[in-house]
Design a protein around this ligand. Structure first.
Ligand code: FES
Length: 99
């Protein structure tokens, strides 16, 4: 059952393994991916393509696009995705940012 806050359901249920930028993480299955990554200590989800400035989730409702990540080469909003086992996630625009 979904709750009002994506953070309230993080301690419940089984955990699954995902890969984030080559690092294995155990996240709670079926929870909000952005909330689960934040709870796991990931605070930079992408770099801006122009300046390379770090960005992380802000609105948690699909409006700000600061939570963009790449899953299997497709850029997606982490706050709009549920955690499922086997996700291979990378930071969006990491290779495109200007140094
Ligand atoms: S946190 Fe704003 S769109 Fe995902």
């Amino acid at each position: 059952m979904k709750t009002a806050s994506p953070f309230l359901e993080l301690e419940k249920g089984p955990r699954v393994n995902v890969i984030f930028d080559g690092v294995a993480l155990s996240l709670p299955q079926g929870t909000n991916l952005a909330a689960a990554l934040l709870a796991a200590g990931v605070d930079v989800f992408r770099d801006t393509p122009v300046s390379g400035a770090p960005r992380g989730p802000f609105c948690m409702m699909g409006a700000c696009f600061d939570c963009l990540i790449e899953i299997e080469g497709i850029t997606r909003q982490a706050c709009m995705i549920e955690v499922t086992g086997g996700l291979e996630i990378t930071r969006a625009h990491r290779d495109e940012a200007l140094a």
